[in-house]
Design a protein around this ligand. Structure first.
Ligand SMILES: Nc1ncnc2c1ncn2[C@@H]1O[C@H](COP(=O)(O)OP(=O)(O)OP(=O)(O)O)[C@@H](O)[C@H]1O
Length: 369
């Protein structure tokens, strides 16, 4: 695979061992005041409104939002499948709005795309599907054959060239889609809900493949999804779209750790663990008895470290029980929460400062703790 990646990389003699970022500088995307309004017989729909964004070369950038938020519209402006109604899209500094037919063909070679439903030609073999962009570009047959084999090797499909798509699993079909996108040696890969049609295990394998390709080739990846788990798995930064507006944007650990917008909080909700039901139904707002135990939630937003020895020291001799623990490790930072039951001798305030946030959820009988 390393050999294949060396040859697939822009510039055939590139050493696969060299850091991709040091070799590849191309692959930046800039959106300036991007707007998209659809006009149809049913009226006007504002799909995107004044989006400003910079995507760096070599990063994996995620765009998330609820259905209808404008994700597809945004992604499709990057390779001009969609023309903006206002603002500009710049690829490596070049405004793509004025490209003629020849310029558009060249742009689509630099900006590859994969799709939720793979978009493979069922009457053609895997090899023919992957070869298609190079045939359209008029490359010599020997060069096409060489590049197709390299691309199939890169996605782990060597030996499947003569198969037809109907004989492949969903994950294999998406690998063919990725090989077809990579065969033109793009600088940017757009992924349109690339794992939404796949089961969780296959999703994980495809995401690992995308991460691997990103690291080996230094390719910029821009993906859209409605699942926060996909963003958590592979993205460096994320943009949250809500009704065509930029709700928030930042490094994944920051957006997960301290979401600023209701839309982000709603998207994160499925990843949250609720308080165990048996405890939640006994929880009281106020302390009734001096012996009651306080239920305290410590939040970790990527700055503080969950230091269990320190928590135990703060609890002294009193009981300190772990009720719930949900700590994720995202980009090397602790994100999530710990819920503790504190004995009557321990003041919740003593725990202020050990985490990024602290709140008393309520009180339970000492026997419940
Ligand atoms: N060709 C079109 N004509 C008219 N309206 C459109 C068109 N394409 C998209 N829209 C509308 O624009 C808005 C944004 O759609 P878009 O597909 O970009 O959102 P999305 O976030 O990708 O949604 P989903 O997750 O459901 O695919 C929606 O209200 C949609 O109905």
């Amino acid at each position: 695979m390393a050999g294949a990646s060396a040859i697939l990389h822009r510039g055939a003699a590139v050493d696969a061992a060299a850091p991709a970022a040091a070799i590849r500088k191309a692959g930046t995307v800039r959106l300036e005041g991007l707007g998209k309004t659809y006009v149809s017989a049913a009226g006007k729909v504002v799909a995107l409104n004044a989006i400003d964004l910079d995507i760096c070369a070599g990063e994996i950038f995620g765009i998330i939002g609820r259905s209808g938020a404008g994700k597809s519209s945004l992604l499709r402006t990057i390779n001009r499948l969609e023309q903006p109604s206002s603002g500009r899209v710049l690829i490596d500094g070049q405004d793509i709005s004025g490209l003629d037919e020849t310029g558009l063909v060249a742009l689509r070679r630099r900006v590859g795309m994969i799709f939720q439903h793979f978009n493979l030609l069922s009457a053609k073999t895997v090899r023919e599907n992957v070869a298609l962009p190079l045939r359209v570009a008029g490359l010599p047959a020997a060069e096409i054959a060489r590049r197709v084999e390299q691309a199939l090797g890169l996605v782990g499909l060597s030996g499947k060239g003569e198969s037809y798509p109907s004989r492949l699993s969903g994950g294999q079909k998406q690998r063919v889609g990725i090989a077809r996108a990579l065969v033109s040696r793009p600088e940017i890969l757009l992924c349109d809900e690339a794992t939404s049609a796949l089961d969780p295990e296959t999703t994980g394998a495809i995401l690992r493949l995308l991460r691997d390709i990103n690291q080996r080739l230094g390719l910029t990846i821009v993906l859209i999804t409605h699942e926060m788990s996909v963003i958590r798995e592979i993205c460096d930064r994320v943009l949250v779209l809500e009704r065509g507006e930029l709700a928030e944007e930042g490094p994944v650990w920051q957006v997960f750790g301290a979401p600023q917008h209701d839309a982000t909080r709603a998207l994160l909700q499925p990843l949250q663990h609720a308080l165990p039901e048996d405890l939640a139904c006994r929880l009281r707002k106020d302390r009734r008895d001096p012996q009651d135990h306080a239920i305290v939630e410590l939040g970790f937003a990527g700055l503080a470290v969950p230091d269990l020895a320190r928590l135990a020291r703060l609890a002294g001799d009193g009981p300190l029980r772990l009720v719930l623990s949900q700590i994720d490790r995202i980009q090397g930072r602790a994100i999530g929460k710990i819920v503790l039951a504190l004995g009557p001798m321990t003041q919740p305030d003593a725990f202020a400062g050990v985490s990024d946030s602290m709140r008393v959820l309520g009180y339970v009988d000492s026997t419940d703790g």
